[in-house]
Design a protein around this ligand. Structure first.
Ligand code: PMP
Length: 461
């Protein structure tokens, strides 16, 4: 048995990683040539790698480390809970204090009458729960044919077979037999790429009305629910035009279909309120949460149900659950994370202070020749890269080629910024300071400059 520690040389760690560890959403043979960057420690917004580089994490891990890295309180709570009660299930008429306390806290925080929580370990699992919950809900109401769920192209709702089917990522659908039946996709409110000559407002309305068209085509008595992220995250931080959500809300209400807001990214302060639904004026029947719920310190996700959905489901045995639904350690850590968000008033700071500052600095990047648009709400934002700002034209190179080049420059400049096709995206810890925001913008600009120079040198503009 090889002995492996943070003292093992990077090249050795990379070789063993390549030999035995398959990475998500990665072409393994390409990564094996290059070697994965080994992250060894993290504090605040900063990662340290095995070569001692300090990297500014403008993605909060995977959009999840909302309170920043290195909070000892969470480690202490986890250690205590592991000693007191490391595990017990909630299947067979038993419960425990952390799950009770977290469910009650979430009922208090979630808007409207979202008061009942079904726990999972991730956003993917929670969305799989939602598929079965909404279909079971309609069956319990005597409408078992209402089983179609409408979603959107380029949505991301997870990687399980159900949640991956809900998502609208064609690259995912191409592998492994997705989507499952009775999932229907409509267009996304992505004005920059798809809006053509329409104004953002007209385009937002047109895209929302695709929902009505789909409902009428499928048959209103066949449609169970519509699911959407308030702001698409993994699709490229796409902020919908202001006309979009009110029209969606009107349509779901008019046809009596359930509205699921996937708040896995937008929850827990990311948009400057506890939930993106509050920022965008949405009243969902079900909310999916994960990520910021525990700031990523423990894997946990959940579906929060409205009183009406919960009361209907309560009439049947819902044959669904995960061994670790409501895991006591994850619940205790999530509660402590929420305590910190509340007591340190982190979300107010995002809304009133650091969020507006980041917006101003981020939008200043639109003077760069490559940046056609900066979209940002709270602490999630994106830059559209284009060779022609006036026409919003795509690059000649395959979509994502330029984004990848830019991301590689960011990586080299010790800034974690992700690309989705040719959009550069950020989602930093909510605790990022103004000084760190300045560093983020400075490194992003340097990376954009280097990317631009590369494109010029290689005749790619
Ligand atoms: N929904 C949304 C909106 C997400 O962004 C993600 C993850 N990026 C998921 C669901 C899936 O969550 P998980 O990766 O925890 O399964």
């Amino acid at each position: 048995m090889v002995s492996i520690s943070t003292n093992t040389p990077t090249s050795e760690l990379q070789a063993i990683d390549a030999a035995h560890h398959m990475h998500p959403f990665t072409t393994a043979q390409d990564l094996a040539v290059k070697g994965a960057r080994v992250i060894t420690r993290a504090e605040g917004c900063w990662l340290t790698d095995s070569d001692g580089n300090r990297i500014l994490d403008a993605m909060a891990g995977l959009w999840c480390v909302n309170i920043g890295y290195g909070r000892r309180e969470l480690a202490e709570v986890a250690a205590r809970q592991i000693q007191d009660l490391p595990f017990y299930n909630t299947f067979f008429q038993t419960t425990h204090v952390p799950v009770i306390a977290l469910a009650a806290k979430l009922a208090e925080l979630a808007p409207g009458d979202l008061n009942t929580v079904f726990f999972a370990n991730s956003g993917s699992e929670a969305n799989d729960t939602n598929i079965r919950a909404v279909r079971t809900y309609w069956a319990a109401k005597g409408q078992p044919d209402r089983n179609v769920i409408i979603s959107r192209w380029n949505a991301y709702h997870g990687s399980c077979v159900g949640s991956g089917s809900l998502g609208g990522m064609t690259g995912m659908h191409a592998q492994g037999g997705m989507p499952i039946p009775d999932i229907h996709h409509i267009g996304q409110p992505h004005w920059y790429n798809e809006g053509g000559d329409l104004s953002p407002e007209d385009f937002g309305l047109a895209r929302a009305r695709e929902l009505e068209t789909a409902i009428l085509e499928i048959g209103p008595d066949r449609v169970a629910a519509f699911i959407a992220e308030p702001i698409q995250g993994a699709g490229g931080v796409i902020v919908p035009p202001a006309s979009y959500w009110p029209e969606i809300q009107r349509i779901t209400k008019q046809y009596g279909i359930l509205l699921i807001a996937d708040e896995v990214i937008t929850g827990f302060g990311r948009t400057g309120n506890w939930f993106g639904s509050e920022t965008l004026g949405i009243t969902p029947d079900i909310m999916t949460i994960a990520k910021g719920l525990s700031s990523g310190y423990q894997p946990i996700g959940a579906s929060i149900l409205s009183d009406e959905v919960a009361a209907t489901l309560a009439q049947v045995e819902f044959n669904h659950g995960y061994t670790y639904s409501g895991h006591p350690v994850a619940c205790a850590v999530a509660l402590e994370n929420i305590r910190i968000l509340e007591e340190e008033d982190i979300i107010t700071r995002v809304r009133e202070d650091t969020g507006p500052y980041l917006k101003k600095r981020f939008e200043s990047l639109t003077d760069h020749p490559l940046v056609g648009e900066a979209s940002i709400v709270g602490m999630m934002g994106s830059l559209a890269l284009t060779p022609d700002k006036a026409t919003r034209a795509p690059f000649e190179a395959e979509a994502g080629t330029v984004g990848y080049i830019c991301r590689e420059r960011c990586f080299a400049n010790n800034l974690i910024m992700r690309h989705v096709y040719d959009r550069m995206i950020i989602s930093p810890p909510l605790t990022i300071s103004k000084k760190e925001i300045d560093i983020l913008i400075e490194r992003a600009r340097k990376s954009l400059d280097e990317c631009y120079a590369h494109l010029q040198a290689n005749d790619m503009l």
